[in-house]
Write a protein that binds this ligand. Structure first.
Ligand code: C5P
Length: 228
């Protein structure tokens, strides 16, 4: 662990506390094997090596705090300041990690361990709108498929996809704005931007990256591994 005492302007939070039941393995998703090391290692390593990030907090799966700390040590990830036990939902896990971020921090980047192929170019794109007065920024991909609302196996309606995008992580925010957003109700927040939007914040959208695929199924894991 780092603990250099230097606060740093930009903090990255890694949400890694999900169970990942759909992967069908005997361990949490963050510890699924990807290219011979735990999934979490990929994003941890990439954030550690990114000059835009000063400090990292990991929200670990309950019972997997020690392996997470050991992993950070093995990777010589000196920016890892804390490894907290995650909560029952993603938003709670992020809130618990965020509690480790000092008041002096300027920017908070929140990333899902489930999206291992984090490219520094995405982080660069996210920081531009923050410098231009936005409260937050997220990467997103245009939705290419036709969208259907379905109930009990039958189509209810076709949803107009005009203006619809699929949000990814990392998402970047002014730390003070994110702090206010997290003071509200966290229920039903599947990403951090939704909390900031609800609190009246302006969130910019930048180009996402198809390789930031969220690993949910064994097929996703195999696909991401083929891209390593
Ligand atoms: O479950 P899902 O894949 O949508 O989770 C997105 C991210 O949030 C994952 O990286 C997962 O580890 C994290 N998460 C968490 N705490 C939870 C649930 C999910 O940190 N309780």
């Amino acid at each position: 662990m780092g603990g250099s005492g230097d606060v740093g302007a930009t903090w990255a939070l890694i949400a890694a506390a999900g169970s990942g039941e759909r992967l069908g393995i005997d361990r949490p998703k963050a510890f699924a094997a990807l290219g011979g090391r735990p999934l979490l290692a990929e994003s941890l390593d990439r954030l550690e090596r990114c000059d835009l990030v000063d400090a990292i907090v990991v929200a670990a799966p309950p019972g997997w705090e020690e392996p997470s700390i050991l992993l950070a040590e093995e990777l010589a990830a000196a920016k890892v300041v804390a490894c907290v036990t995650g909560g029952a939902t993603r938003a709670e896990s992020v809130a618990l990690a965020f509690a480790e971020v000092p008041e002096e921090a300027l920017v908070v980047v929140v990333h899902d361990a489930a999206r291992p192929l984090l490219d520094e170019a995405v982080l660069e794109r996210l920081l531009v709108p923050l410098a231009e007065g936005y409260d937050g920024a997220l990467p997103a991909l245009v939705v290419a498929d036709t969208l259907k609302r379905v109930r009990a196996g039958a189509v209810v309606e076709t949803v107009d996809r005009e203006g619809l995008v699929a949000a990814q992580t990392p998402q970047a925010f002014l730390a003070a704005t994110l702090r206010r957003a997290f003071a509200g109700d966290l229920a039903e927040a599947t990403d951090c931007a939704s909390l900031v939007e609800r609190a009246g914040g302006r969130v910019a959208v930048v180009d996402g990256d198809p390789r930031l695929l969220k690993v949910t199924t064994p097929a996703d894991l195999a696909l991401v591994e083929s891209w390593l």
